[in-house]
Design a binder for this molecule. Structure first.
Ligand SMILES: [Zn+2]
Length: 440
């Protein structure tokens, strides 16, 4: 018999049943069918034959040997028995228990090491100091917006990325990352949920969504609340940095809307296509408003979705046309061949606390064009933004003004200028257009 039995019962009838269950011929075939065995003994209700046998007998397969100690492997039923001798892949119960105990101990040691390293990391983070007086203006506004979004957890208790949802319509993680890279917010590993940090080989990895952040301490005495209240009184001077923040935020506002439109038509874009769209929108926002680009995004998604029914097109190919459609539409607008409409803010897309801070600080919103925003920021900071656009416009505007006054057409020129801007043209187009009429 290839199955070695260790009987746990002295009842002869039970022993007979057990031996008949496990009996096999030389070829490893079981001699009797399980269904035939049910009749030889009345089993208590609710007890299966195999359960009954296992309680009264342990079975070891002579064809399976523990690779560690050479002992026979215990099997639970017929299907686990092997017909021919095999080197078992599994260990016997005792070796397995030994090995589990060793693994458990190793895990305990590694876990203790992880906790020690995290405590050290936490101490190093907590000892960092930031001189809030030197933090750039754009990061100051971003911090104030974050404080409103997660209040009061920026300065006490800590917050996760998920808590920052109210900061901006899109790219919340990127905004928070800007602050983390600048050392203004720090990870607090001891406040994170157990399991947030874990070993992967010899490296410590973390689950981004569970990381807990906290505002870095300032160099001067006082708590985080004091640092934030000092920042809110900051006199802003860095026009270029602030316009950069305005652009970052406006791009998020436009891309959120475009992503919504793509979802609506089940159009999926690749990460590379999204990066391309981000660049297109950022450059367009230097002239146009978020509301105008919502219109452009809406039109491009709608056009692309109508192509999905065309021959040789599918959703993927149709989605891939969106960046090109947006580029061509914007080129037409710049050439004066097309006028831009402006959409108002969708109900389900709030401006976020960063949008509110920008509105409070500069008076800008989704209807403000990049040119106007740039001018508002320049006015507030008392500095002209070092923008190529302003330099390039200087001479043509001087020429336009002197011609208009010389011809006594000041009013007509201003009204025409206002019309063109309202129609979505940028300042340089309007100046050139009116200038050419005056020269004619
Ligand atoms: Zn063993």
């Amino acid at each position: 018999m290839a199955i070695r039995l260790q009987l746990l019962t002295a009842d002869l009838k039970e022993i007979e049943l057990i031996e008949r269950y496990w009996a096999m011929d030389d070829a490893g075939q079981f001699l009797e069918k399980v269904s035939a065995l049910g009749e030889c003994l009345a089993l208590p209700q609710g007890v299966t034959l195999i359960g009954f046998i296992r309680q009264r007998c342990r079975a070891f397969d002579e064809n399976q040997v523990c690779p560690e100690c050479g002992a026979l492997i215990e099997i639970r039923n017929r299907s686990e028995a092997k017909k021919v001798p095999l080197r078992s892949t599994g260990l016997c119960a005792r070796c397995k228990a030994d090995r589990d105990a060793i693994a458990l101990e190793a895990e305990r040691v590694k876990d203790a090491e992880l906790q020690r390293l995290l405590a050290e990391f936490g101490d190093r983070q907590a000892s960092k100091r930031v001189d809030y007086a030197t933090v750039p203006d754009a990061q100051v506004l971003l911090l104030l917006a974050l404080d409103t979004a997660v209040t009061p957890r920026l300065t006490s208790g800590g917050f996760t990325i998920g808590d920052c949802r109210g900061l901006a319509p899109w790219y919340v993680g990127d905004f928070v990352e800007q602050l983390r890279e600048a050392g203004l917010i720090l990870e607090d590993p001891l406040k994170a949920r157990p399991g947030t940090y874990y070993w992967k080989g010899d490296e410590i990895w973390s689950k981004g969504a569970q990381l807990v952040y906290l505002l870095a301490s300032g160099t001067t005495a006082g708590d985080g609340k004091e640092a934030i209240s000092t920042l809110s009184g900051r006199a802003l001077t860095d026009a270029q940095g602030l316009f950069g923040l305005w652009l970052d935020y406006s791009v998020a506002d436009v891309i959120c809307y475009l992503s919504d439109q793509c979802d609506r038509y089940s159009l999926e874009l690749t990460e590379q296509q999204w990066d391309e769209l981000k660049s297109i929108m950022r450059s367009a926002l230097e002239s146009y408003s978020v509301g105008q680009l919502w219109f452009v995004a809406w039109a491009a998604a709608k056009d692309a979705s109508s192509m999905t029914n065309l021959r040789y097109y599918n959703r993927e190919k149709a989605a891939a046309t969106i960046p090109g459609k947006i580029r061509r539409r914007l080129e037409k607008v710049r050439r004066g061949a097309l006028e831009l409409s402006s959409w108002s803010r969708p109900e389900h897309q709030p401006a976020g606390t960063l949008g509110m801070v920008l509105t409070e600080t500069f008076g800008t919103d989704e209807t403000t064009t990049g040119l106007t925003a740039n001018a508002c920021i320049a006015r507030l900071t008392g500095q002209e933004c070092a923008s190529r656009a302003a330099d390039v416009l200087c001479a043509p505007i001087r020429e336009l003004m002197s011609n208009a006054l010389a011809l006594d057409l000041g009013t007509a020129v201003m009204l025409r200028f206002a019309d063109l801007i309202r129609a979505g043209h940028d300042v340089s187009f309007a100046v050139e257009e009116i200038g050419s009429t005056l020269r004619a």
